[in-house]
Design a protein around this ligand. Structure first.
Ligand code: UDP
Ligand code: MG
Length: 322
């Protein structure tokens, strides 16, 4: 018996693309069911993220016409990540594997076959990785790549050139549901789940209708969100800076003592210059130390699972003589 696949699609003001997206996803599901790769109970799950256009009524109509389509309607706009999570958590109860993808089908849906294949080969998470961004504008490509580099530098480790196009098994979704944090940055959290992972490369296309819901402003706040919710490295950088300035202050101390000893300074110069550097360094260093503790508290309050068990080997048969 083949496993149940749910394709989870967050939608925010996507009336321009939904009918076509639905048509293509339906064809994909039907071809996968026909070749018996997935169960007939597989579905496309649209999540309406508080759209202000007719997105939800289109979803209702699709659901009425074809049982392959189901929908979740959020109470208001909560943003891409939350909409996606809502969809994944709804799918978790019903599916064996879920694939998340954007409503504009910029991510090549033909990669779905390869993802499902890797799932059957034992992968719990299969990342869709962009092989190139030739179809994106230069600006989008440049800012997006700068985004990944900045994230990694700031300690928010993510899979390079992977957005939210991925397959997750039921077990991986159960793991994800144990991350209770409110500021959920899925791309950073999913690699923390572990288990066997795979990747599928695909070519990213253009949005075929409508416009991007991720302008630069949203992308920057997304990066900020990602960094501050995943890592406390910025605090570490402050501590390091404080330490560095403190070292400089020692050099300055030596320098000004030498200048003072050789006698070519104004009275008071040496003491002022030493205090400026030493106090600046000490203040930064102390801020960093306080920050380190706050960072610890911050990570504790997230209450992340400390481990997820892959498998247990035990003998449940108590017929053994002892
Ligand atoms: N999206 C959402 N809520 C939002 C913004 C976006 O659910 O507040 C969805 C949107 O409908 C799409 C996906 O997130 O399915 C990605 O958005 P988009 O394609 O506009 O981003 P881009 O590909 O330009 O980065
Ligand atoms: Mg898009």
């Amino acid at each position: 018996m083949a496993d149940i696949l749910y394709i989870v699609v967050p939608c925010y003001n996507e009336e321009a693309v939904l009918p076509e997206t639905a048509r293509r996803l339906r064809a994909k599901l039907e071809s996968l069911t026909a070749s018996e790769k997935i169960s007939k109970k597989s579905r496309v799950l649209f999540v309406n993220d508080g759209s202000r256009d007719s997105t939800w009524s289109i979803i209702e109509k699709l659901h009425g016409e074809c049982p392959l389509f189901s929908g979740v309607n959020l109470s208001r706009n909560r943003g891409h990540q939350n909409a996606l999570l809502a969809g994944l958590m709804t799918a978790k109860e019903r599916c064996d594997m879920a694939i998340s993808m954007d409503a504009d089908l910029q991510d090549d849906i033909d990669a779905v076959d390869a993802m499902v294949e890797q799932y059957y080969d034992g992968c719990d998470i299969v990342y869709g990785v962009r092989s190139s961004r030739q179809k994106d504008t230069f600006f989008k490509r440049f800012t997006a790549e700068a985004f990944y580099r900045l994230m990694n530098f700031m300690g928010a480790e993510t899979v390079f050139n992977h957005a939210d196009y991925r397959l997750m098994s039921k077990r991986a979704l159960e793991g994800l549901s144990q991350f209770k944090e409110v500021n959920l940055f899925l791309r950073g959290i999913v690699p923390m789940i572990g288990y066997t992972t795979g990747a599928v490369a695909y070519e990213r296309g253009e949005r075929f209708a409508g416009e991007s819901k991720y302008p630069l402003k949203k992308m920057l706040s997304f990066a900020m969100e990602g960094i501050t919710s995943l890592s406390t490295k910025p605090i570490r950088y402050i501590t390091m800076l404080g330490f560095l300035i403190f070292l400089v202050s020692i050099l300055m101390l030596i320098y000004s003592v030498v200048r003072w000893a050789t006698g070519d300074t104004i009275i008071g110069w040496a003491s002022v210059i030493c205090s400026v550097w030493a106090i600046g360094g000490l203040i930064l260093l102390s801020l960093g130390v306080i920050g380190e503790y706050i960072g610890k508290i911050y990570l504790e309050t997230k209450g992340r699972p400390r481990f997820l068990i892959r498998e247990v080997l035990e003998d449940t048969d108590d017929g053994q003589a002892d």
